[in-house]
Design a protein. Structure first.
Length: 233
């Protein structure tokens, strides 16, 4: 029987959040050109192809095999994309692209995993599954995926532009149209500066007064009068 009340609302919320998190990682992988999936932008990290399977197999190993005790349908992939290919004797990773499955094989594997997880979110009886109580395992899976979305963004930033496809930005809201028109300005005298307030003089008047004082100083200097009193303001 389907769950009722708040339990059903929780399932809907987790279903939507998981779908949104998947969209985030899918968008990042779409930035890569197909051949770039086998690149290793940072020598100490896995090849990018590892993460294509890892974000899915984590959900499966935690929720499908762990919480719900589902049998594995591909034990080798479950292990490969959980841990990757370990380097030998503490050295840098030396695995080759040929050591990994094809992109098509991984996509097929991922699609089945997502289908299994979706059925557990929407249909599984959680009452006998402690890891599913209050959606715990799903919260962990979603946070794990979003964490790797950040990791992938950093890794892709290390790739040359030639290894990535241009991605158009999200559409921006249209700005309102602007109508231009001429404004007539009548002829007359223009005064620069602020309007006099409370007995204060305009800025323009102060500037003009300063100019007059400076002119007087120049005149006295020219006449040989260099007394300090000439510099008073």
């Amino acid at each position: 029987m389907p769950p009722a009340g708040s339990a059903l609302e929780l399932r809907h919320e987790l279903d939507e959040r998981l779908a949104d998190a998947r969209t985030r990682t899918d968008e990042i992988f779409r930035i890569l050109k197909p051949e770039a999936l086998y690149d290793r932008p940072i020598a100490e990290r896995h090849r990018l192809i590892f993460y294509l399977g890892h974000v899915e197999v984590f959900d499966w190993n935690l929720i499908g095999r762990g919480a719900c005790e589902r049998p594995s349908f591909n034990e080798a992939y479950d292990k490969l994309f959980a841990f990757g290919i370990d380097p030998v004797d503490g050295r840098l990773p030396a695995d080759q692209p040929s050591d990994w499955p094809t992109v098509a094989e991984i996509h097929g594997y991922n699609a089945r995993l997502r289908g299994e997880i979706d059925r557990i979110v929407r249909e599984e009886d959680w009452s006998t599954r402690p890891l599913l109580a209050d959606g715990l395992a799903f919260h962990v899976a979603i946070e794990h995926r979003l964490m790797h979305a950040e990791t992938l963004a950093y890794l892709l930033h290390q790739l040359p532009l030639a290894r990535k496809r241009p991605v158009s930005g999200r559409p921006q809201p249209a700005a309102p149209s602007v109508t231009t028109r001429a404004i007539p300005i009548p002829a007359g005298r223009a005064t620069l500066g602020t309007v006099a307030q409370r007995g204060r003089v305009r800025l323009g008047q102060r500037v003009r007064g300063t100019r007059r004082r400076r002119a007087g100083v120049r005149d006295r200097l020219a006449s040989g009068d260099e007394r300090r009193s000439s510099w008073t303001s």
